[in-house]
Design a binder for this molecule. Structure first.
Ligand SMILES: Cc1cc2nc3c(=O)[nH]c(=O)nc-3n(C[C@H](O)[C@H](O)[C@H](O)COP(=O)(O)O)c2cc1C
Length: 197
């Protein structure tokens, strides 16, 4: 698969087989993340590769508890509102039972933390597609950067004191009929292009 194909056919996967992802493929995906551009070439992304299912289940429960204690206001962003609503009424989903969650932390006081994280996550998702793996950005932990219990637990897992989470990605083999990611080309309804020739 060439680069354009891998980019254009990347779609989010939200249903996974429990199968582990081969070490070699995880390493290739991390290589793609580490080679991503960063503001000022800072290279301060910190990738926490979580494959321990007990840890994933604990994070999911902690996230659900934190969201269920949040109130919704008129300004609450739609996706955050969705997580709060589901956590209160049941049916909250965090990592879709994927075998791997790669959390991307970065320095809290660094102005390009989100941008650098986004470059790395997009590289990982494209690489995953090229390797016949599914992936999906998981933003839940970013909403919970001010929740002491969750931040403390992430510190226990290896996140540095001055770091916070700016995104995460799940990776695994899709539980689809073909076992391959859905690579449907989707007509895109948004985004705007202005040519100034
Ligand atoms: C910043 C960002 C945050 C996202 N957070 C989540 C999330 O928490 N859970 C989820 O299921 N999908 C999440 N997504 C995936 C989007 O819903 C998805 O990319 C979008 O619907 C387009 O579908 P596609 O990825 O299949 O092209 C996120 C995507 C981005 C870029």
């Amino acid at each position: 698969m060439n680069a354009m194909e891998a980019i254009l056919t990347r779609r989010s996967t939200r249903n996974y087989k429990p199968d582990l992802v081969e070490e070699e493929k995880i390493e290739q995906i991390l290589d793609a993340a580490i080679q991503a551009p960063s503001g000022g070439n800072n290279q301060t992304n910190h990738f926490l590769v979580i494959r321990n299912q007990d840890v994933l289940r604990k994070l999911a429960l902690m996230a659900e508890k934190a969201f269920s204690a949040m109130e919704i206001s008129e300004d609450t962003y739609a996706s955050l509102k969705h997580s709060i609503n589901l956590s209160k009424r049941g049916g909250y989903v965090f990592y879709y039972n994927a075998p791997v969650l790669i959390v991307v932390a970065n320095q809290r006081d660094y102005g390009n933390n989100i941008a650098d994280c986004a470059c790395a996550i997009e590289n990982m998702m494209i690489a995953a597609n090229a390797l016949d793996l599914g992936s999906c950005w998981i933003n839940q932990l970013k909403w919970l950067n001010e929740e002491p219990e969750i931040v403390d637990y992430l510190h226990e897992l290896g996140m540095e004191k001055d770091e916070r989470v700016y995104g995460a990605v799940i990776i695994g083999y899709p539980a689809s009929d073909t076992g391959l990611p859905n690579r449907k080309l989707m007509p895109q309804k948004g985004n705007k292009v202005t040519y100034i020739d």
